[in-house]
Ligand binder design. Structure first.
Ligand code: SF4
Length: 473
């Protein structure tokens, strides 16, 4: 999961890129970077860490130019180190800089071929995309991208600066990762989420179509083309968890979809005969879902867990005790709202179950009489290979265990998952990827590709968190 932004303006764009990246910080806290171009040379600054740490005032003043791109990173492939931070730059056949959000499924195969003739410095898949783009570039970015779309398999939204040409963006043929295009006067913007356009006062022009490329040349002329047509399969998980609630993705309100998830979840809660005294969200993503669920059940909605947003995942958690302490520091119970009550906790998803189990323990210790756990998403049974770090097959708790067995692991009094039908009614089916729930991947993935991605992911995950669910708290 990453966030990207690109602006073609008339004046310096570094500060706008910086503000845009702050609005996308939720999509990746591992690294950040900006590259700009002033018509003569490229400037860049990238490093591991949050946007505000990497891009100080001093650095922003040095990033000159009216064209620029920016990136926040959550590593899905690569070490997560400084060498994998984006943007990536190249100076042949012309100067180019590139950022992307997504994941290339056949990355290792492409890398092996490329390495025979080019030197690669990282394990970041945008470096491979940039090299293929550069090798096939002969004044026409659409043709170079046609080659990328012909030989790559995956989900990707990409923005590039090409010297002497302008700002160029493209989205994969299934439009898996979100990508929006907007305008403010003579300035143009591309971004992962509409919230960036809203904050920077840009008007939405459109979401990029599947397989579409858009070029804004140095004079501001816009050229749009469908490079490779495909059926849309937008990531449904963006609506459940990743995107900010203010965003509209492919025309749909994330907040409204989360409310819908709560309404659907109430049906399953009632079907199971669960009758809570209070509905409590696990902050922050599940709030709208919990609000709608409480309304439908006609039960009070309360904040029962207060999140300390200044604690970041900066330390390695290798033991159960360390993980328990992390949750304790991060989520503090509001005892007055929990003690002696039958509490229905609402969360967006369960990956390994490690975090959920700790949360149940925290709420139990706060004196809750009974604890029920409701999940916005259906059981996650398959990893994502399109840019979301969802562990490996063997680590997904719902792959091997039944719902009842998971409830026992969590030590909850009831476990209520969203059903696939409920998910379909809440968000939709036809134009969405929901492979992590139903295994129906939008592109064909070879067993070897799955293994290579998972092998690499295991190593990265061990290094990053050593055991906690990656996107729970
Ligand atoms: S597999 Fe899941 S997380 Fe990945 S793109 Fe599809 S819906 Fe999104």
């Amino acid at each position: 999961m990453c966030g990207i932004i690109g602006i073609k303006g008339n004046d310096e764009v570094a500060k706008e890129l910086f503000v845009g990246l702050l609005a996308l910080q939720h999509r990746g806290q591992n690294a950040a970077g900006i590259s700009t171009y002033d018509g003569e040379r490229f400037y860049y600054k990238k490093d591991t860490g949050l946007v505000s740490r990497v891009l100080s005032e001093e650095y922003l003043r040095r990033l000159h130019g009216s064209i620029g791109i920016g990136h926040v990173r959550y590593p899905t492939i690569g070490s997560g180190g400084e060498e994998d931070a984006q943007p990536f730059l190249i100076n042949s056949p012309v100067g180019m800089a590139m950022v992307h959000n997504g994941n290339i499924v056949n990355y290792f195969e492409l890398r092996r071929t490329l390495e025979k003739r080019r030197y690669l410095n990282s394990f970041c898949d945008v470096e491979v995309l940039l090299n293929i783009f550069a090798e096939n570039f002969d004044k026409d970015p659409f043709k170079a991208t046609e080659k990328i779309m012909d030989i790559t398999n995956g989900g990707y939204s990409v923005i590039a600066i090409v010297s002497g040409l302008g700002l160029f963006a493209f989205r994969d043929p299934n439009a898996i990762r979100p990508f929006i295009f907007g305008r403010r006067g003579e300035n143009y913007i591309f971004a992962s989420e509409s919230v960036v356009l809203q904050i920077l006062d840009y008007k939405v022009i459109k979401d990029l179509e599947p397989g579409e490329g858009i070029l804004i040349d140095e004079n501001g002329k816009v050229t749009q083309r469908i490079i490779k047509k495909g059926a849309p399969r937008h990531c449904i998980f963006e609506y459940i968890y990743f995107a900010r609630p203010e965003s509209f993705l492919d025309g749909l309100s994330v907040y409204q979809k989360r409310l819908n998830l709560g309404k659907e979840l109430s049906k399953e809660t009632q079907r199971q005969g669960v009758k809570p005294d209070v509905v409590v969200p696990i902050p922050d993503t599940s709030r709208p879902t919990a609000i709608a669920l409480a309304e439908e059940l006609d039960v009070p909605y309360r904040e029962g867990l207060i999140k300390n947003r200044y604690i970041l995942r900066t330390f390695i958690m290798s033991t159960d005790e360390e993980r328990a302490m992390y949750i304790k520091y991060k989520l503090n119970p509001l005892v007055s709202e929990l003690r002696g009550k039958k509490v229905l906790l609402v969360d967006d998803s369960i990956v390994r179950g490690t975090t959920s189990r700790q949360i149940v323990r925290v709420v139990r210790n706060a004196g809750a009489k009974e604890i029920y756990f409701a999940i916005s998403a259906p059981p996650i049974r398959n990893p994502c290979y399109y840019g979301i770090d969802m562990q490996t097959r063997s680590e997904l708790i719902a792959r091997e265990k039944s719902v009842e067995e998971i409830r026992e692991v969590l030590k909850a009094d009831a476990l209520i998952y969203q059903t696939l039908d409920g998910l379909t009614r809440a968000i939709g089916k036809e134009s969405f990827c929901r492979a992590c729930f139903d295994g129906d991947y939008p592109t064909k993935i070879k067993g070897k590709e799955m293994l290579e991605i998972e092998e690499k992911r295991k190593k990265v995950t061990r290094k990053k968190t050593a055991g906690a669910d990656l996107f729970d708290v």
